[in-house]
Design a protein around this ligand. Structure first.
Ligand code: GDP
Ligand code: MG
Length: 448
């Protein structure tokens, strides 16, 4: 991910007394690679790294910061800049209802976001109404109605009274949007949020429809909703919508997912349109007003968290690997005590599971930890701890009556003991195979 790559880069600078030209070149090259790998658009990468190089070369060595810290500070400031500088608040109409139109590809998260925005505005004392102008998908109107109900905000839907979605969907979204504004004025709603249809790809007909809705409702804001996991497609999609609907703001969704951060960095820089909001989950309150400063900190802070994890991992690898290699070199067996110790290592890392799932690019370790069933680990621990030291070192001695005793001692069943022993034997086989050549398995004990 962007953050761990940047962290790794900064780590190499740590402790340097002063930065040489070569340090700066190396750092800038690494930042460049990290940004490209995070799907940041090439022109944005070039602008960004040029700025960093220029500032890093000219940087005065300050008393408070070492050169490495100074580069971090410069990168942070430039990240803030590229993300838009300061937060841009929503603009409201001077009179009459404020009209906010949402546009974006299908599945981007428009309808979900419509509910969140309505909920947010309502909590600030506004009286929003949601408008279902997505008549493309059969269930779109119903979906918005559900969202509206959850947010406690009314929904204007076409042809009310007709309950079947397929019949309702025959309406004309431009007319629906227009009528909705009239209705909102009549009912004195202060904000009208117009949800529109999207396609899987940029589509001329749909873009025209969005453009027509825009003309018909004369919105105060046109928010382009974009999935932050979209990667390199972000730029082309954003440009198409900029041409088609001339958005005034951007909403980044699914920032909770495995986004590599590229879309966030590219879209603002390429379109010049500010990012106003971020969506970070499926629930109503998983919503943020977008602050470039906070996002930049998050990109860099995540890196710090990652450093901790990397250190933990390295420690795990080194200490455990050395111990295991030593044991195997001496021809000793992999025992249940070893198995338990490895499980406990994993469990420690498992407590970071939630955090890890928010960090992109953790690779194999992350995948294993994500698949970790913590109850299972606790059970394994209980079982092995209920064994005598002799049994732990001699699993073959685990006969029926011993298994029964261990089961009752650990509050488990014999079937669970059997399954554990089987998993242990798999791990043991794996360890034996490893001892014959090759390296350490990443984390044995995770089988079955
Ligand atoms: P639309 O087609 O643009 O209206 O997209 P929807 O609002 O229907 O969202 C598409 C899918 O993405 C749904 O399953 C949503 O629950 C999900 N979704 C939307 N926003 C987010 C988000 O910020 N995070 C996550 N994890 N899922 C989201
Ligand atoms: Mg929708």
């Amino acid at each position: 991910s962007l953050s761990d790559r940047l962290t790794a880069t900064f780590r190499t600078l740590r402790g340097k007394g002063r930065l040489t030209e070569a340090d700066i070149d190396g750092t800038v090259a690494e930042i460049r690679r990290a940004l490209l790998d995070a799907d940041v658009a090439l022109p944005v990468v070039t602008t960004f790294t040029d700025r960093i190089r220029a500032r890093a070369v000219g940087a005065e060595v300050s008393g408070a910061l070492n050169p490495g810290q100074q580069v971090v500070k410069i990168v942070h400031e430039e990240l803030v800049e590229i993300l838009g500088g300061s937060a841009r608040p929503l603009s409201f109409a001077k009179s009459g209802p404020t009209v906010i139109m949402l546009a974006g590809l299908q599945g981007a998260g428009k309808t979900t976001f419509a509910g969140k925005l309505a909920h947010h505005l309502k909590s600030q004392g506004h009286t929003p109404i949601l408008v279902a102008a997505d008549l493309q998908r059969p269930n779109a109107v119903t979906q918005l109605e559900v969202v509206g109900e959850r947010a406690g905000v009314p929904v204007y839907a076409p042809e009310r009274g007709v309950t079947r979605d397929d019949e309702r969907s025959k309406g004309d979204p431009v007319k629906v949007a227009k009528n909705a504004i009239k209705e909102a004025v009549k009912r004195q709603h202060s904000v009208v949020i117009v949800d529109t249809a999207g396609r899987l790809g940029v589509d001329a007909e749909l873009m025209k429809q969005a453009g027509d809705i825009r003309k018909a409702v004369d919105p105060d804001e046109v928010l382009f909703v974009i999935d932050s996991m979209i990667g390199q497609d972000a730029v082309a999609t954003a440009q198409a919508f900029q041409q088609g609907v001339a958005m005034t703001g951007v909403v980044l969704t699914k920032l909770d997912g495995d986004a590599r951060g590229g879309a966030a960095l590219s879209v603002r820089e390429i379109t010049g349109v500010p990012i106003l909001f971020a969506s970070t989950g499926e629930k109503l309150d998983e919503f943020e007003v977008f602050h470039p400063e906070r996002m930049a900190s998050r990109i860099l802070d995540m890196g710090d968290i990652l450093t901790l994890i990397e250190q933990a991992e390295q420690k795990f690898d080194q200490v455990e690997a050395a111990r295991m290699a030593d044991k195997m070199a001496k021809g000793e067996d992999f025992t249940l005590t070893d198995f338990l110790s490895q499980m406990q290592q994993l469990k420690n890392m498992g407590s970071m599971k939630k955090m890890l799932t928010m960090l992109p690019g953790m690779g194999q370790a992350r995948e294993q930890i994500e698949n970790l069933d913590e109850r299972e680990l606790t059970r394994t621990e209980a079982i092995i701890q209920s064994m005598t030291p002799y049994e732990r070192d001699n699993p073959k001695a685990l006969n029926g009556s011993r298994r029964l005793r261990i089961a009752s001692g650990s509050g488990t069943t014999v079937a669970q003991i059997n399954s554990l022993v089987k998993r242990f034997e798999d791990a043991q086989r794996m360890m034996k195979a490893m001892a014959g050549g090759g390296g350490m398995p990443a984390m044995p004990g995770m089988g079955g």
